[in-house]
Design a protein around this ligand. Structure first.
Ligand code: VGL
Length: 206
């Protein structure tokens, strides 16, 4: 368990990487596959290498649903069963280089929770994401992952609303695009709320 009083004394780290839901069920072959969702894995791996050089915190969110979630069609919701806690489909993509010191954020674990936003999630020790970010004095989140107009969008909007700066990495996100234009609308919403949109090649970390 993270010792919170010790972590609060860490040197300030203004930026952190937040990787949203790059789980097997959201990738080709999964039960809620985002078309070509896995194409961001090499991009994220390059970003992870960069972040390591700068020794910045890295958060990985994961959908972590109970089998009887009301988020699923089987429970009256809109989505096929996916990312059930502890199953193969809930694991991160096998090529994603999740570092040993990655901070996991599980969300959607209550029966009646959609768990779209990382800010509804908790770390392994039960701390809400926002508390951990504040303790590490993170002021700026660099965000990539799946899917643009659901978990990425809800996470980014919640982060901005709560006062974090957000840089969204355009080639490290993929939409579900259930209806044409969904992704563009989501990007517009996030930018209007204050998110900066950049390509991973232009990413500069402090
Ligand atoms: C997601 C649809 C349903 C996501 C999660 O991770 O974006 N999308 N559940």
């Amino acid at each position: 368990m993270l010792n919170r009083s010790v972590s609060a004394r860490h040197a300030p780290t203004p930026e952190a990487l937040l990787v949203v839901d790059v789980q097997r069920d959201f990738c080709p072959g999964g039960s809620l596959a985002v078309q070509r969702g896995d194409r961001i894995v090499p991009v994220l791996n390059r970003m992870l290498a960069l972040v390591r050089v700068h020794q910045l915190p890295v958060y990985f969110t994961r959908d972590w649903h109970p089998p009887d979630s009301t988020h699923f069609v089987t429970g009256g919701g809109r989505w096929p069963v996916h990312c059930v806690a502890g199953t193969e489909g809930a694991r991160f993509h096998s090529d994603l280089l999740v570092p040993d010191d990655a901070i996991l954020v599980s969300k959607g674990y209550e029966t009646d929770s959609n768990g779209y936003s990382a800010f509804d999630g908790r770390l392994d020790d039960g701390a809400p994401l926002a508390d951990d970010l504040r303790e590490r004095t993170v002021g700026h989140l660099v965000v990539g992952g799946l899917a643009t107009e659901y978990c990425v969008k809800h996470t980014v909007l919640d982060a901005l609303q709560a006062g974090w700066n957000v840089t969204l990495v355009s080639d490290a996100i993929v939409p579900v695009e259930l209806s044409p234009g969904d992704a563009e609308r989501a990007l517009g919403e996030m930018q209007a709320a204050g998110a900066a949109l950049i390509c991973s090649d232009d990413l500069q970390l402090k």
